[in-house]
Write a protein that binds this ligand. Structure first.
Ligand SMILES: [Zn+2]
Length: 362
């Protein structure tokens, strides 16, 4: 009897502690700070727990160090077929502003879909597949100490005689692999790996994109720095069939970014505005037929570079959010033209009804 009372008390104490921890976690998550991988994983669980009807998580691979690669799937349940948008951040470990952006993006869409008819419509027609930290092993290593802060690559060991660690995941994809903008020296930050898709992270993303290629309308990969919106391809001798449209959509995004805090971004292919590159995710996504593929290079232009101070997290994310949303809205509206009008009418009716009911509140 005494034993069972103690057991009940222990269980109650554990439940209370769990509630308290959950409450603190919710309150304290700070989007204006950089977070460790553990904190980001906890945040992903929190997003799922707080929005069970809208958010689920999916494990789609393992990193070299056997961590689960997990994405958040965000969208409303639908009886009609949906399209999808992919977004990844943190493929390069040291680009800490990019996981911060993916988290900001998720916070914004989850915070607005119930009140913003446009986001609500996106949730009805699209699923968002969002990976906040693609290169988890590298990201964790970049948090180790000051000497590892600028780590870029994965953490797999070199092959053969080479003793250096890591492959540049954004050179390892099966998209003109090994042709330009890479290094065959495994000690280089631009090492493209022993073979295409040698890295489990690149293989996992490839498998997911190929399995969903008919569903995916838009591929967004977030990098820093340079204030650029890149369009395919990274190889100077090939051009995307919808290059003109991609440039136009990119320019609209740049204008949306500038309108927020006045920052200037440039649009173009990597060889036109940065440097030629092969084996990138953006090129791979376009090559397999995902029509709208873009890479963002967030702030800044080199003054702080990868060490962007935390006080720039919020403005950087605010402007990039508007840029990303301008692309997503374009892609959505083009593909759901018919339903967009009907849904807009319904949403306006709902909105007017909610205005009328909320009038009592004020
Ligand atoms: Zn990068």
């Amino acid at each position: 009897m005494k034993g069972s009372v103690i057991l009940v008390l222990v269980v109650l104490a554990l439940v209370a502690q769990d509630r308290l921890a959950g409450g603190q976690e919710n309150k304290l998550y700070d989007y204006t700070k950089y977070h460790t991988m553990d904190e980001i994983s906890g945040w992903m669980n929190q997003m799922e727990r707080e929005n069970p009807a809208i958010v689920s998580s999916m494990i789609y691979g393992q990193t070299y160090e056997n961590r689960n690669m997990t994405l958040l799937k965000i969208g409303s349940n639908s009886t009609t077929p949906k399209k999808a948008v992919w977004m990844d951040c943190g493929i390069h470990a040291r680009e800490w502003i990019t996981p911060a952006f993916c988290q900001h993006f998720v916070k914004e869409i989850l915070g607005s879909y119930q009140t913003d008819p446009k986001v609500n419509m996106l949730f009805k027609n699209l699923d968002f597949f969002i990976t906040p930290v693609l290169n988890m092993d590298g990201y964790i290593y970049s948090w180790k100490d000051n000497t590892t802060r600028l780590w870029r690559k994965s953490r797999s060991p070199g092959t053969g005689n080479c003793t250096c660690i890591g492959t540049d995941l954004n050179r390892n994809f099966n998209a003109n692999w090994g042709m330009v903008g890479i290094s065959r020296n495994c000690c280089s930050t631009l090492y493209n790996g022993p073979t295409p898709l040698s890295e489990p992270e690149a293989q996992a993303v490839t498998d997911f994109l190929e399995a969903h290629q008919n569903q995916l309308l838009c591929y967004l990969t977030i990098h820093s720095y340079g204030q650029l919106i890149l369009v395919p391809y990274g190889h100077p001798n090939i051009s995307a069939p919808n290059y003109d449209e991609l440039m136009e959509v990119g320019l609209t995004a740049v204008n949306a970014i500038k309108a927020v805090h006045g920052k200037s971004y440039k649009v173009g292919t990597p060889p036109d505005v940065l440097y030629a590159v092969s084996g990138s995710t953006m090129d791979f996504a376009r090559l397999i037929g995902i029509p709208y593929s873009f890479a963002f290079e967030l702030r800044d232009k080199g003054h702080c570079g990868f060490l962007l101070p935390e006080d720039q997290i919020q403005p950087t994310c605010e402007e990039a959010y508007q840029g990303a949303m301008s692309i997503i809205n374009y892609v959505h509206d083009k593909n759901f033209r018919g339903s967009a009008i009907a849904v807009t009418a319904t949403l306006w009716t709902t909105l007017v009804a909610s205005w009328i009911s909320s009038a009592n509140v004020f």
